[in-house]
Ligand binder design. Structure first.
Ligand code: HEC
Ligand code: HEC
Length: 403
């Protein structure tokens, strides 16, 4: 060996050792290496731009706070029991719990429609049309604040708004109690569950909340994957997961086991044109502006839902809505507070463009996703979607005139 050869040889050894050390380091730190490398996407000669998303290990996902949902916890004055859930189910499906006796919770939250109503903008109490998209009640027991702009603080309070609100149930609580008194089966059930002589509206709210607490995700591929089933999520869904927590930044807002930060953001979602063509929707929109104490000039000029602003009256909160759970998105379309997107690919395209109007959240930026990456994110959202939760409408108690 010449001196030159020896130098080249020594240099080569150093490089090999350095590279091996770096690879080992990556392995130890877990960065960019999944616990099951055999399932990693092939990247046939891919350029860096198209390199497959890094798929984090289960440990990394858990460290980010992602994983199956814990059991539901109820408020101290409303513990769950089987009998209470049964009673709540009757009340949820009973149209007599509305002003005209024809609208039940199930009218706008149907089991076969992902527990929403399947419309962009919801149905309304007869003679009205609603101004927002009907939310799913799947997993709503986990939300800290309910409704699109978090107007309600508990399931019980939400049920009160839903029963009595004049674009939903339009029910007078005293009338509700009177009707329930004329049905011996209800009188007996309320007595068994709450020990009361006669049914009260507040107890009805507790029972409905208890029923809703049983409508939670079932058999979700992502949850099964996190519990150790390697075959639960197909490869595209795993790549989508990598994008969701990585390049696409979705987890910034859709984090935690419920895949929401339970906080409020302005996404600059485009307006729903139906507000301009439907006088009934206009009436509801303007009614909401006025009922929620919006200043006169804004009441006249605002052509869209102001979201969190109604609660805070802070300019900066205009157009902010609570981050919805990304769970069950596969069965809860159309999407957004005004249902303006019909499909998940439309939602992902919207994010890829960097969201909507000016004034939107600073976290939103054009993502530069390839078609394949967008498809992968949709696949991941589908793997966050469990089985349809089908509940047969129960046989309802009969009226009987009291002696
Ligand atoms: C006329 C249709 C309609 C009826 C009837 C109706 N809802 Fe809703 N529901 C909606 C709409 C629309 C929203 C979103 C409203 C908003 O954000 O202002 C909603 C929101 C909800 C939410 C909030 C979910 C979340 O993630 O925050 C729950 C829970 C709910 N409804 C339960 C009920 C219950 C219980 C009843 C019966 C007492 C009921 N709804 C009756 C249309 C309806
Ligand atoms: C800055 C916070 C934020 C980020 C980042 C974010 N989202 Fe959202 N997401 C929201 C909010 C807020 C809404 C509701 C907006 C509205 O109705 O005006 C929403 C709505 C959705 C919906 C519709 C859910 C429904 O029930 O209607 C889906 C699906 C969704 N986001 C998926 C994603 C994906 C996928 C990403 C990443 C590409 C992402 N989000 C990034 C906050 C965020």
């Amino acid at each position: 060996m010449t001196t030159f050869d020896r130098n080249v040889f020594a240099f080569t050894i150093i490089v090999v050792v350095a590279v091996a050390g770096f690879v080992a380091l990556l392995g130890v730190s877990g960065i960019g290496v999944r616990d099951d490398t055999s399932r990693r996407a092939a990247s046939p000669g891919a350029a860096p731009v198209d390199a497959p998303a890094e798929i984090p290990s289960r440990e990394e996902l858990r460290a980010m706070g992602l994983g199956p949902l814990p059991p539901v916890t109820m408020s101290a004055d409303n513990p769950l029991s089987e009998e209470k859930v049964e009673l709540g189910k009757l009340l949820f499906f009973d149209p007599r719990m509305s002003g005209d006796g024809a609208v039940s919770c199930a009218t706008c939250h149907g089991a076969t429609l992902g527990w929403g109503d399947g419309n962009a903008l919801s149905l309304g109490y007869p003679g009205t049309l609603h101004w927002r998209n009907s939310q799913t009640i799947i997993n709503s027991a986990y939300q800290h604040k309910l409704f699109w702009a978090g107007e309600s603080k508990s399931l019980e309070a939400q049920a009160k708004s839903a029963f009595t609100g004049n674009v939903a149930g339009n029910l007078d609580p005293v009338m509700a109690e009177e009707r329930l008194r004329q049905m011996p089966e209800y009188v007996q059930r309320f007595n068994e569950v709450f020990g009361a002589d006669s049914p009260s509206f507040d107890d009805a709210l507790r029972a409905v909340a208890a029923f809703e607490a049983t409508i939670v995700s079932r058999n979700v591929p992502f949850d099964r994957y996190m519990e150790g089933d390697d075959s639960a999520m197909p490869e595209p869904a795993l790549r989508g997961l990598g994008l969701f927590v990585g390049k696409a930044g979705c987890v910034e807002c859709h984090g935690g086991p419920l895949f929401t930060d339970q906080s409020f953001h302005n996404m600059g979602v485009p307006p729903n044109a139906e507000f301009e063509t439907s006088v009934l929707r206009q009436i509801t929109l303007r009614y909401q502006h006025r009922a929620r104490g919006v200043p006169e000039e804004l009441y006249r000029s605002a052509d869209r839902d102001l979201g969190l602003y109604y609660t805070t009256k802070q300019e900066a909160d205009k157009g902010k809505f609570r981050t919805p759970t990304a769970r069950e998105a596969g069965q809860t379309g159309p999407y957004m507070h005004n249902g303006v997107f019909k499909t998940l690919p439309e939602v992902v395209d919207f994010y890829d463009r960097g969201g909507g109007d000016p004034g939107k959240d600073p976290l939103l930026r054009p993502l530069g996703l390839s078609q394949q990456e967008k498809d992968d994110i949709v696949e991941f959202l589908l793997s966050l979607t469990g089985d349809a939760i089908i509940v047969e409408p129960p046989d309802l108690p009969e009226y009987e005139v009291l002696p």
